[in-house]
Design a protein around this ligand. Structure first.
Ligand SMILES: NC(=O)c1ccc[n+]([C@@H]2O[C@H](COP(=O)([O-])OP(=O)(O)OC[C@H]3O[C@@H](n4cnc5c(N)ncnc54)[C@H](OP(=O)(O)O)[C@@H]3O)[C@@H](O)[C@H]2O)c1
Length: 182
């Protein structure tokens, strides 16, 4: 699938440790208060979002009701039918496999024009692999974890252009990337 047939824009948001992890071995968040503020300000600019069931399962109630309330969200899973039994789908919730085409088509059909790609490592890989990331805001946090969930779980080679660097606090950098022009 190519981006050319999509009118929807994608914004990838991630907080990453210096060794490229997005969560600790016990799946705890490690990002700074400044990153959390940046995260909420960024999702406010979006009108829908995508995240994987791995992230969803850490706090389903928050992911369904408190994150971007009232806005459409897709949960990526191989077990869509089972999830539908537990969480009825509607205009703001859809369970889909990891093919980005139907994900973006459904969000587009709900009226979304800009969607946040919220991870985790499987979802980031899929959208990078299909060259479907229009902008990536990556927070680099000053810690090394050694184990934990990798930023990208599968092969997805993608080359990006660094557009801007900002200090969120004296130790934390926000890296603003766009796709590399060919
Ligand atoms: N630091 C950050 O910015 C950040 C952001 C987001 C998440 N996280 C962390 O990342 C971790 C989760 O990341 P993750 O990589 O484990 O999971 P994920 O990307 O959140 O979810 C991926 C899900 O995709 C499904 N899947 C796997 N292969 C598939 C396939 N071939 N087709 C369709 N679906 C497929 C699996 O769900 P099923 O098993 O249901 O099929 C899997 O749970 C959590 O600890 C979370 O806290 C960190």
């Amino acid at each position: 699938m190519s981006k050319s047939n999509q009118t929807i824009q994608t914004l990838l948001l991630a907080a990453v440790s210096l060794d490229g992890k997005i969560s600790t071995g016990d799946h705890q968040s490690f990002s700074s208060p400044e990153d959390k503020r940046h995260f909420f300000a960024s999702v406010e600019t979006c009108d829908g979002c995508v995240f994987g069931s791995g992230s969803f399962e850490e706090d389903p109630s928050w992911m369904l009701h408190e994150l971007m309330p009232g806005k459409p969200r897709v949960v990526v899973t191989r077990k869509a039918e089972a999830y539908r039994q537990r969480y009825p789908e509607g205009e703001t919730l859809k369970f889909l496999g990891d093919d980005p085409g139907p994900i973006l088509d459904w969000l587009s059909a709900q009226g979304c024009r800009k969607v946040a790609l919220l991870g985790g490592g499987h979802v980031y890989s899929v959208f990078f692999r299909h060259q479907l990331v229009d902008r990536a805001l990556i927070t680099l946090e000053p810690l090394v974890l050694g184990e934990g969930t990798p930023f990208c779980r599968e092969a997805c080679e993608t080359h990006l252009c660094l557009r801007k660097v900002e200090n969120l606090n004296p130790n934390t950098l926000l890296l603003d990337f766009a796709p590399k022009e060919n």
